[in-house]
Design a protein around this ligand. Structure first.
Ligand SMILES: *[C@@H]1O[C@H](CO)[C@@H](O)[C@H](O)[C@H]1NC(C)=O
Ligand SMILES: *[C@@H]1O[C@H](CO)[C@@H](O)[C@H](O)[C@H]1NC(C)=O
Ligand SMILES: *[C@@H]1O[C@H](CO)[C@@H](O)[C@H](O)[C@H]1NC(C)=O
Ligand SMILES: *[C@@H]1O[C@H](CO)[C@@H](O)[C@H](O)[C@H]1NC(C)=O
Length: 214
């Protein structure tokens, strides 16, 4: 009897463990949704907008997780979604810049001049990137029809994206392999730019009457 009892008990305890694990890890709003069906629909819609916005991007996973993190997605226009994405990217560029500065400060006496030089270049490129992103945000918020700024947006975002590659290229003759400390963050930033560029192309495809199509 005890053997059989144990056999049934074991999967049950595993199940319970999984259940508690899931419960504790679920977002509070998801718990609320089971009581409140309209909100569940709301979340579904939210995710759907994120997915349709990210359709055709090269890094859809990063795109959806970024876009889905914005509140009130249903009330946001496409230019506003692009702005918010650029805003997030700008924060990551700032974090990279301070990471590079910190690295430089910490290792200034230990790094080979070529590595120091590469870090300096990166820090400068980051501040250039931030200036470009500020112009992107101004373009998107300043006009009633950001479609007019389409070409400017493409140029600025492509330029900002290229800066990250230029930064990494600077480590071609590196002696200390400093590149490894920053390339992870830069890869993510580059992917954000690629995604933003893909979403920007939708500004042109969109017809004024289909603004609320999603
Ligand atoms: C969940 O529902 C309760 C009661 O309706 C509410 O007070 C609480 O703010 C809700 N929590 C979230 C995260 O929506
Ligand atoms: C960008 O983020 C800041 C907070 O970090 C926020 O105050 C601002 O409204 C955001 N701008 C856009 C366009 O999302
Ligand atoms: C920079 O990032 C690397 C890798 O993520 C980390 O190990 C390091 O501590 C960071 N340095 C600073 C100064 O933020
Ligand atoms: C960087 O490389 C130089 C030259 O190879 C070496 O002398 C120095 O110790 C290295 N510094 C660090 C922090 O590894």
């Amino acid at each position: 009897m005890s053997k059989l009892y144990l056999l049934t008990l074991l999967p049950l305890s595993t199940l319970l463990l999984l259940l508690t694990f899931f419960t504790f890890n679920s977002h509070p709003t998801i718990l609320n949704n089971s009581i409140n069906p309209p909100k569940k629909l709301h979340i579904y819609k939210h995710f759907q907008i994120a997915q349709s916005t990210c359709e055709g991007t090269l890094y859809p996973e990063l795109c959806v997780s970024t876009v889905a993190s914005f509140p009130e997605l249903r009330r946001k226009t496409l230019p506003e979604i692009i702005s918010a994405t650029v805003n997030v990217t700008m924060k990551e560029v700032r974090a990279s810049a301070s990471n590079c500065s910190g690295l430089r400060r910490k290792l200034i006496k230990k790094l080979h001049p070529l590595d120091l030089h590469a870090l300096d270049d990166c820090i400068e490129l980051f501040s250039e990137t931030i200036a470009e992103l500020k112009r992107v945000l101004a373009d998107l918020s300043g006009s009633k029809s950001p479609e007019k700024y389409y070409d400017d947006l493409q140029t600025l975002l492509s330029g900002a994206m290229t800066n990250q590659f230029t930064c990494l290229d600077g480590f071609a003759y590196s002696k200390n392999n400093t590149r490894k400390f920053i390339e992870g963050r830069l890869r993510r930033i580059t992917r954000h730019f690629s995604n933003s560029l893909a979403i920007v192309t939708k500004l042109k495809k969109r017809k004024p009457s289909t603004t609320t199509s999603f």
